[in-house]
Design a binder for this molecule. Structure first.
Ligand code: ATP
Length: 208
């Protein structure tokens, strides 16, 4: 049996935080493969073109044979929901134990996901610690347990594991803000992604 993780997100743009999270799952779980799934139309966000986000992911993951970038979401129209992504992907792989990779902020919203009940039971959940709402200490374990409790109240049992990595204070919004302000994003994203952003003049629109 193979162990595969799905890492969904907007990746607008992909940054070193994402890459460290994915890489950690390869040796801490361990997973044999991580499928990166950029979303087409996420329910709550306005995002850059799918093509740009997908190309930056390809550049960032190039050279790591355990990473695959999926364009599965571009083949569907309408809002991107995780359950649809999972159904589509899982039908392509036989004999697989599935994991869903997420940062703590996203994991916190799981009890409210569209058809989340089904997804909770079909995957193991790998959670990356993340600083939330100005917290100065790492409350990740506690927050995961609170999510588990909320799901238990909905009669759901979740299998989850907190990844053992330091808090990484990088976000795509930080990168976009730095670009808007014409400040350096060096060492926050891979050099290939920084160069792509410059060449395509992404995130420079001051009105965003
Ligand atoms: P934005 O700042 O636009 O909200 P983001 O940096 O959170 O973007 P996403 O593409 O929305 O990036 O994130 C995809 C997944 O990666 C989410 O589950 C998110 O929680 C997780 N993630 C992103 N950055 C980090 C980080 N620095 N540490 C841990 N998890 C992260």
């Amino acid at each position: 049996m193979q162990h595969i993780g799905i890492f969904g997100g907007t990746f607008d743009p992909v940054h070193w935080g994402h890459l460290l999270v994915a890489q950690t799952t390869l040796y801490q779980v361990p997973l044999s493969k991580v499928i990166w799934v950029p979303s087409l139309n996420p329910p709550h966000k306005k995002v850059a073109l799918f093509k740009n986000r997908w190309e930056m992911l390809k550049l960032a993951t190039r050279g790591n044979s355990a990473f695959t970038v999926s364009s599965i979401e571009a083949k569907r129209s309408g809002t991107s929901y995780a359950i649809n992504t999972f159904m589509d992907l899982s039908s392509c792989y036989a004999d697989t134990h599935w994991y869903w990779i997420t940062g703590l902020d996203t994991f916190q919203t799981l009890p409210r996901w569209y058809r989340g009940r089904e997804l909770v039971q079909m995957c193991d959940w790998l959670i990356a610690p993340r600083q939330l709402g100005g917290e100065t200490t790492d409350q990740s374990e506690l927050i995961c347990k609170q999510v588990e409790q909320q799901l238990t109240q909905q009669s759901l049992t979740i299998r989850w594991q907190l990844l053992d990595i330091p808090l990484i204070g990088i976000s795509s919004s930080l990168i976009r803000r730095l670009c808007r302000e014409s400040l350096s994003i060096g060492y926050l994203v891979p050099e290939s992604v920084r160069s792509y952003i410059n060449t395509h003049n992404l995130y420079s629109d001051k009105s965003e």
